[in-house]
Structure formats: C-alpha cells, structure tokens
Design a protein around this ligand. Structure first.
Ligand code: BGC
Length: 279
C-alpha cells in the first residue's frame, strides 16, 4: 500500500518557524529536499546546502522562495572542515545568524564486510558522522555567541541530526553505514547533554524506509516493495514529507522540552516485526 502525499494537509504557510534561519545539508534531493521545503513552508529562511547538483538545489530554492521567505543554495562538502566553516560564516553574513541546523547529508557505499574497502568505509564515516560533527560544532558556536532571542524561539538554537533506524538495527552488508548511524546516536546524545545548559536543543530524527534515491532498489519494483513492507508493520513506504513534518515540529517551540531524543519515523520498523508472528 502506498499513499500519495496529500498537499491539502499542509497549509501554505504555517507560522511555526516564522523569522527563523535554517540550514539543511544535502538539501537538493530526497529527505533533505523535502525538509528544506517544509521548513520554508513553515516560515523559515533556508540555506540549501548541496555538494553536487546545483540545478536541483536551485529548484529547491525557487520552491522555498514561493512561500515568501528567503533561500539560497550553497555548495560545500560537509566532510571538509574549511568548506563547512566557510558555509556557516557566509550564512551569518547573509542571514545574520542561524537558529536551526538539520544535519542531513548522508550516503551509502554498500559492500559485504569482507569486501569493503577502506575507501568505502572512510567515505561513509566522513560524510555521515564527521560531517554532522563539523556542522553541529559551527552551528553551536553561533548559538552560544548569540544566545536566546525570545521573540524568535525559546531555545538558543536547535540541531537535528538525521539518523536512521540503523542507529539501533544492525544491517548486514552495510557495516560502514550502520556504524556511522550508531555514531550519530551517541554524538547527538553527547552534544545534547553538553549544550542543553546553554539553551541548545539537540535531537535526532531516525527515518525508516523512505522513498528516496538512496534506497531506490528496495522499492522500485512491486516485488521489492512487497519484501520491504514485510519489515514495516504500518505497511507503507514512507514519503520524504513524513520526515519533513517531523523535523519541522521538532525544530519548533511545540517541542521545546524535547532534548536529546530520537524520534523514529519508520512505520514501526524498529518494533521487531518478525516477532509479530514468531518468537
Ligand atoms: C537507509 C535505507 C534503508 C532504510 C531502512 C535507511 O537509513 O538509507 O537505504 O532502506 O534505512 O532499512
């Protein structure tokens, strides 16, 4: 079963994030794209980070601008320290500050562990884990410098780490990816513990199977989708907008007392579906 995204359930402009400045990494496709658009729809100005694919990033910018907020695309590799530092400096110059970081950029380089090259291992750890650390560090510096602006938000800043159900579900053939997301869980919780006294909320969203390019083969044919849905008690593949809505709410003051949490947005994938009939 699939359910198309119902545009009617999302009003054109929710005031939830009005006046806030957001940066979304890896925002020119998939979950990052939907999230950047969702934050713009909720009233935030948005920096659309990408590493390759400028045209797609520019299209995301145009869609966000149609909500009457500001947006621009910025090319930077989140695993490159100088580029990350430059991206945040540029944002502070153009938007004045940052209120919301969505550390989303991520990739897979799948291989059986015995065949996995060091390059495959390193690339995934560099982007998925080191990239989140570098972006969170730069965002936190600005949050601490600026402090709370009560008219904008109760928090001095919000960091949302894009994790995965694989921060707790082991995944054969994906040791690099699962290790990176396990790392994201502990990075997120440690940052949350460290930064909460300064008014900064760090949390994670952990998607399950979402229909994006990263897992195209898992849902592209009816047979593949049927296999995938055996792992999803709610029996539908997620849409990127499912994640965007969770991020938008988590970034808003509606969730102001949520600190160091992971919100699983996975149709129940983390509920050990095999035990529904076994065990
Ligand atoms: C992965 C997808 C996978 C999903 C559920 C995600 O984190 O990127 O490839 O389909 O987890 O297993």
């Amino acid at each position: 079963m699939t359910s198309p995204v119902d545009e009617n359930r999302r009003p054109a402009a929710l005031p939830l994030l009005r006046g806030q400045k957001a940066l979304v990494t890896g925002a020119n496709s998939g979950i990052g794209k939907a999230t950047a658009i969702g934050l713009g729809r909720a009233g935030a100005d948005v920096v659309v980070n990408y590493v390759a694919g400028k045209e797609a990033a520019d299209e995301v910018v145009q869609e966000i601008e149609s909500f009457g907020v500001r947006a621009y695309a910025y090319e930077a590799d989140v695993s490159n320290e100088d580029q990350v530092v430059g991206m945040f400096a540029d944002m502070v110059e153009r938007f004045g500050t940052i209120d919301i970081l969505v550390a989303n950029a991520g990739l897979q380089r799948d291989a059986a562990s015995v065949d996995m090259t060091l390059a495959q291992w390193q690339k995934v750890l560099d982007v998925n884990l080191t990239g989140q650390f570098l972006c969170a560090r730069e965002a936190a510096k600005e949050f601490v410098r600026r402090g709370v602006v009560p008219e904008v938000s109760r928090a001095a800043g919000k960091i949302i780490c894009m994790s995965s159900v694989h921060q707790i579900i082991p995944w054969a053939g994906h040791a690099n990816y699962a290790a990176s997301k396990g790392g994201v869980l502990m990075l997120m919780q440690t940052l949350a513990q460290e930064l909460a006294p300064q008014g900064i909320r760090v949390n994670a969203v952990a998607p399950g199977a979402i229909r994006t390019p990263i897992n195209h083969d898992a849902w592209a044919t009816p047979e593949a989708e049927a296999e995938l849905l055996k792992l999803v008690p709610y029996r539908r593949v997620g849409d990127p907008e499912d994640i965007a809505d969770a991020v938008t709410t988590l970034a808003s003051d509606l969730m102001d007392y949520v600190v160091g949490a992971t919100i699983y947005v996975d149709g129940g994938m983390t509920l050990f579906p095999g035990f529904a009939t076994g065990g």
